[in-house]
Each structure stands twice: as C-alpha cells, then as structure tokens.
Design a protein around this ligand. Sequence first.
Ligand code: ATP
Length: 518
Amino acid sequence: MTAVELAGITKRFPGVVANHDIHLTVRKGTVHALVGENGAGKSTLMKILYGMQKPDEGTIAIDGEQVSFHSPADAIARGIGMVHQHFMLADNLTVLENVVLGSEKLYGIGAKARRKIKEISDRYGLGVRPDVLVEELGVAARQRVEILKVLYRGARTLILDEPTAVLVPQEVDALFDNLRELKSEGLSVIFISHKLGEVLSVADDITVIRRGTTVGTAVPAETTPRQLAEMMVGSELPTPETAESTVTDRPVVAVDKLRLAAPGGKALLDDVTFTIHAGEVLGIAGVEGNGQTELVDALIGLRHADSGTIRLADEEITGWTTRKRREQGVGYIPEDRHRHGLLLEAPLWENRILGHVTEKPNAKGVWLDPKAAQEDTRRIVETYDVRTPGIDVTAASLSGGNQQKLIVGREMSHKPRFLIAAHPTRGVDVGAQAAIWDHIREARREGLAVLLISADLDELIGLSDTLRVIYDGRLVADADPATITPEELGSAMTGAASGHLEHEETPTDGPGTEDEAR
Ligand SMILES: Nc1ncnc2c1ncn2[C@@H]1O[C@H](COP(=O)(O)OP(=O)(O)OP(=O)(O)O)[C@@H](O)[C@H]1O
C-alpha cells in the first residue's frame, strides 16, 4: 500500500540541479525519513510534493493515482500536509482561530470546529486545547497545534521538516509517541532530520539523498548513525578529536546584574550575572522563551538593559551601539537567520559585508572594497563548504544549512574576541556541524570567549566548559558538562519550569568570583 510515489523527479535552478532523477516510495502507515547533507535537495523535493514548485521532469502519484499540483491548495486537497520548521501561527489568536483560519468552509468557526479539533486531538493524543491563546503555548505545544492544523485539513501524509530541532529530549519522545498514533491510523509521515540517532529510532524506512539524487535506502534496525552519515557523504567520516579545556583566568566578558523589562514592567531578564573568560564556552540551557533572546539582544546591543552592566575586557560597553560592539570584536550568530543574519534577496558577497561594513576586508578607509569582499566570500565558501554555484547568487537560493554555514564563516572571519552563538549549527548536517565545532574550538584555543545558546543538548554539553540554566529571565542553576546527560539537562530545564530544580542554586554573587579553570 503506497501513500506517495515520486518517480524520476528532476528540478533545475540556474547553475544547480537540485533534484536529479529522484525516486521515493512512502508506504501507508509508516514514518519515512529523508536524510542528506545540506543542499542535497530534500527541501526542494518536499516543495515539489507540496505543490510549491513544479518539477522539470518526473511524476507524483498519491494512493496510486498520478497527480499534478499547481499550488499547495492542490496538494492539501489530495491529503498532503506540511508542518514548517518556522511555525506560522498567529500569536494573538486562539488555537481554534489559528486552526480554522483559511479553512472556515470545512467545519465553520464555532461549535462544530471546536468538536472537530477535540476529536482530532483525542484521537492522536495531541492534548490541544482550542481556547488558549497561542502566545501562551511553549514550542512543543505550538508544534502540536501545527500538526493538528494539517490533520484538520484532511492530511493523510504529513511532511515534517526538522521537527525536533527545537525540542528537548522529553518533548522529542512525546512527539514520536504522536507519530506512532498517526501511523496506527494508517497515516504516513515524511520526516526530514539531521539528527541521525532520532531518525534511526523513529523511522520505518529511510531514503538517503546525496547531491540531488537518491543514493539508497537504509533499514533502521541494521544501521548505525555513523553508517548513515557515511551514506550521506559518500565516504568515511573522520573521528572527532577529544577537546581539552582551554579556559584561562582572563575575563573577556563580564555581565553584572543585568535587568531588562517588558514595556508593561515584567522582567524579561533579571539579576543576570556571569563572566566568560578567554578560551571559555559558557553554555546557556533553557526551554525557548525564558529570556535567551533578550540576553542575546542585550549583549549585541539590539536592546538596551534597564540596569546592570556589560564589560568587554576592561571597557564598559553597556551603552555602545551594535556597530561599535561588532567593530570592537563581538561576533554574532543570530537565532533567526532570516531576520537578523541575512539579506535574502542580496548576493552572497553582499551578505558577507552585512554587519561588517566598516571592517576589513570589506572596507578600505572609508570606502567599501567590493573586490576584496568578493574575494573573501570565495574563501569563506571554500573554507566552510558552502554549497553554491557562485557568490553572485542570492542568499535565498541557498539551502537552509548552507545559509547557516555562510553566517558562521562570516562571523568567525572577523576573529572575534567574544562570540555570541545562538543555535550555531541549526539546520546543519552532521558533517558540517562537526566542522563548525572544530572552527569554534580552534578559535577558543586562541582565546575566544563564547556565549552558546542551543536547543541541541548534545551540542551544548559537548562544546561548553561551563553550563547554566536560564528560567524566567534568571540564571537558576549550574550543570557540569563533564558529567551531565542530555536527559538530565532536559529535566533541569523543564524542572526549572515546574519549580523543581534538580541542580543546586548558584550563589547570588555569580560565578565570576572564582576561577573556573578546569
Ligand atoms: N529557489 C532556488 N533558486 C536557486 N537555487 C535553489 C533554490 N532552491 C534551492 N536551490 C538549490 O538547490 C539545492 C538543493 O537545496 P535544498 O534546499 O533542497 O537542500 P536541502 O537538502 O533541503 O538542504 P538543507 O539540509 O541545508 O536544508 C541547493 O544547491 C540550493 O542552493
């Protein structure tokens, strides 16, 4: 019983063959994982299946019947649903309003719709409450609303694009339980992920795409993450080096009693105090929405603190502009690469200048130096393995992971003293992730101080020298990256939310007073 069959799919863009003769068969009642390096062609294939793009060649069959989609509406009508990586819910509306929006014709907007939502929620164990405001929901609950929204529209095959990137381990387990419910009702799920351990645990079938074409399938029970990664890249992977500590006693960043309040007066950051030394990575763990965004904004100068101070080496920078901070050696990998990291419609080399207009090699004296910027963009593309036909294509035409590599390359190129890294490897494949970690570790050896925020707990634990937990705008607990497991850290993060800390409270005078070199 085949739910979806893609055969001989080819899609070309200027200078790139994004999909070349792809074959994919999704059985009914299964989770089918799609894996491959950044730029391999996964999103393009899914956009074709969802009617957002037209293939140049090849056929799509749903339930054995050949179809031709001209828009997502066509795909939805045939039971294809897509849950995007960036959630698309309106914060200030209720769950019910969000679900019915655009589909009022199905079950109206009142009692019938509410009943339907309840029915779907119960059937698949989604725990969705129709009348709460979306803004009150955490990330995992929003995701369940998104899933419900596509089921409400009659989806029988759901496409999930990196659904676990924003979840803590316990939430991942809950999502996988939901997927099992969907399967047991005969629905199918196409699951795109770079987390190969998860892929092996949840998928019934796996299709590997390399450089635009399907290179094989893997049987989850008989495959290791490493073997899967090797199929993706087509060669053996290097073994990661074990990293020794490089923490010094030289403070690079010292934040003291930082406070930032919302317009209504509610504290978004309160009494935040920490020191990061040269050669140290300070990891901040927390469920999304607990002050991480505000902390990053305050450090890079996008928002100014109401009280408290920020020092960079021996200068106080609390009142400095973003530009001055960057010029003085603060690097910034933003959380939302589309909003803060890139000009999507501008060519790669202009994106290389973004945020560093006055700095070398982009500027010579007071003038821009496009030649040098272009030259350096080529170097970044090479060094960071950004897969692109050239530096004149727009940032929008890069795959998500390759956009991320470009940003990381740009920021590291300015040799920052202090790097603010929010989810530095989000959407990046395992090989490129290891490469980015190596770049950060190498800079750390040379004295870089890093503030790391990441939803990837393996990354947080693996890269950090020191770990703190943030909850409701405060740093509430310490964790030792040498001994803590992702599950324990996940509990500490969510435990903080329920008021039960598994880890000791930190002394109120902060960690800056002691030498944390290990
Ligand atoms: N609109 C577009 N215009 C030009 N090139 C594009 C466009 N969309 C995708 N591409 C190119 O097609 C190729 C496949 O990209 P795609 O986004 O499908 O990769 P992916 O496997 O989803 O990668 P990632 O894991 O990084 O998300 C890439 O080389 C990309 O640059």
